[in-house]
Design a protein around this ligand. Sequence first.
Ligand code: PMP
Length: 323
Amino acid sequence: MTDILDLVRPEIRRLAPYKPARWNTGSVRLSANETPWQPPGNESSPGLNRYPEPRPTELTAVLANHYGVRDEQLLVTRGSSEAVDLLLRCFCRPGHDEIIVCPPTFSMYGVYARIQGAAVAEVPLRAAKDYSIDHHGIAAAWNDRSKLLFICSPNNPTGHRVPTAELHDLCERIGNSGIVVVDGAYTEFAEADPTLELLGRHGNVVVLRTLSKAFGLAGIRCGSLLGPAPLIEIINRILPPFCFPTPCENAALACLRGDYRTVLAQRIDILKKERDKLAAGLLSLPDVAQVWHSEANFLLAGVADAGEFTARALAGGVSIRNF
Ligand code: PMP
């Protein structure tokens, strides 16, 4: 049986990461070729004329504490989208390796795979069964070139949450032959959070989280990649030197530390109630045939004519997506 780290592209395993200039030495800092003056309107210390810390250590610690993992198990990324890209670049050799996705799902898994030159095998969700995972299909599609299995739960755009037992089952079946990537972008809206159970039980799973959704911080582009410490250490190597902008780190810290977390719980509650009200309202429309149960902050509805429905919503001032 291979070690999970053997799945990492050999070039990345051998990579000597870039060594950034020393940071915060207390001395006059000429080593990073910065400018000595702060830009207009900026009075922060250190100023925006200075590079951020090579890795946002404080934010890493605060996020790790928030999600209940050790600092070494978490990598701060620019949105969880970047985490998808990092995984692809770390594990998939162009022209050789493959990922498995379960459409309809978040399309960026496939986009980043194609950018990397990795093949994309599709095992569609079972539309007739509440868009649940096709386990037999995944087992049949998994092969020697398969490296990553992307499972989005709750899934965008169906809102369906994959039961935790099924996630365990997928991790066990794939074993050390690949990584199960559980995208938990909408976890805060769901009835269960499998993050800690998964990380505690399996060495081949990573979980993606984001501050873009429930936290209402899409503008600062802050995601987290959670996984086994040795894997996080290797993925960390391919991040750029000063990987997270200072204003974004400060904004995230302010929200994660302050009273905001109480407000957040209330907002999530409101959104869930509004989601259920909207589902009932949609179902009362004559051309809405079905609204699927959602554990996210959106709804999937089956309508008679999706193009016409989308145009009608837009004419009424509401932008929706046609899948
Ligand atoms: N995963 C899912 C399932 C999403 O729907 C999105 C955004 N729509 C993302 C990840 C990316 O989110 P971000 O990069 O803002 O963290």
